[in-house]
Design a protein. Structure first.
Length: 257
């Protein structure tokens, strides 16, 4: 059997089409089936044969229905009964149609081989998604998780009445007129811990503070000195002492020597 390969070159495609063998030409003469036949047979397309009733789907003769009178494999054309045209000389000729332009309405099942083809082709069935059953381990894990959830719910239900009773006792012990706002106001303010500064920063701050302190001290000392000077000025001055008389040195004559 001759194998066909996909070719992108249009010249090669035409060459393959014109030089195709009979079994490949037969497949190229396929036409789509009507919706009724598709539902009945489960097949989308089939090669046309002599005796099939066909309906034209596009072209100048759209909507015409008739039986196929002849199939031309050489030219890839189909001829219908009653579909003719007049030539210039007055003679009538059958109109040639490509099988892709028609739709098969009824099938001719006189040939046994065609019946075998219909039986061989499988109907189009949509695949159903079947959920896989999880393995035993997964099932066991799910069951264990469900049991744990049920136990937790039971324990919570048992604890709830005790919690409610405690809440009631707490509300009773609260002083009258105590509101959450007041309680928040009465709460002692949290003492902020002093931030420890590194030694280098401390030295810098001390060096900056010394000249400032010295200036303040100098300002304080100035008025004190002025006060002392004023006080001294107000005090009475003591009387001036007379200078003592100078003793005269004894003369030689007075000594009697």
């Amino acid at each position: 059997m001759q194998t066909t390969k996909r070719v992108k070159n249009p010249g090669k495609q035409r060459k393959r089409l014109f030089n195709a063998p009979a079994h490949i030409r037969h497949k190229l003469m396929a036409a789509p089936l009507s919706p009724e036949l598709l539902a009945q047979r489960g097949i989308k397309t089939l090669p046309v044969r002599k005796g099939d009733t066909v309906r034209i789907m596009r072209g100048d003769h759209k909507g015409f229905e008739g039986k196929i009178s002849r199939v031309d494999l050489k030219r890839y054309r189909v001829y219908l009964e009653g579909l003719t045209r007049e030539k210039v000389d007055g003679s009538t000729v059958f109109v040639a149609l490509h099988p892709s332009k028609v739709m098969i309405k009824n099938l001719n099942l006189d040939d046994k081989l065609r019946k075998a083809v219909l039986e061989r082709k499988k109907p189009i069935i949509k695949k159903k998604v079947v959920k896989k059953t999880p393995p035993k381990k997964a099932q066991e894990k799910k069951a264990a998780a469900k049991k744990e959830a049920a136990e937790v719910e039971e324990a919570f239900e048992k604890i709830t009445p005790e919690v409610e009773a405690l809440e009631e006792t707490v509300t009773q012990e609260e002083p009258e007129g105590a509101t959450p706002e007041k309680l928040e106001e009465e709460k002692p303010e949290a003492k902020t811990a002093p931030v420890k500064k590194p030694a280098a920063k401390k030295k810098k701050e001390e060096a900056e503070m010394k000249p400032a302190e010295a200036k303040v001290e100098a300002k304080e000392e100035k008025p004190k000195a002025a006060k002392k000077i004023a006080e001294k000025a107000e005090e009475p001055k003591p009387a001036a002492k007379k200078p003592a008389a100078k003793r005269k040195a004894p003369s030689k004559t007075e000594g009697g020597t």
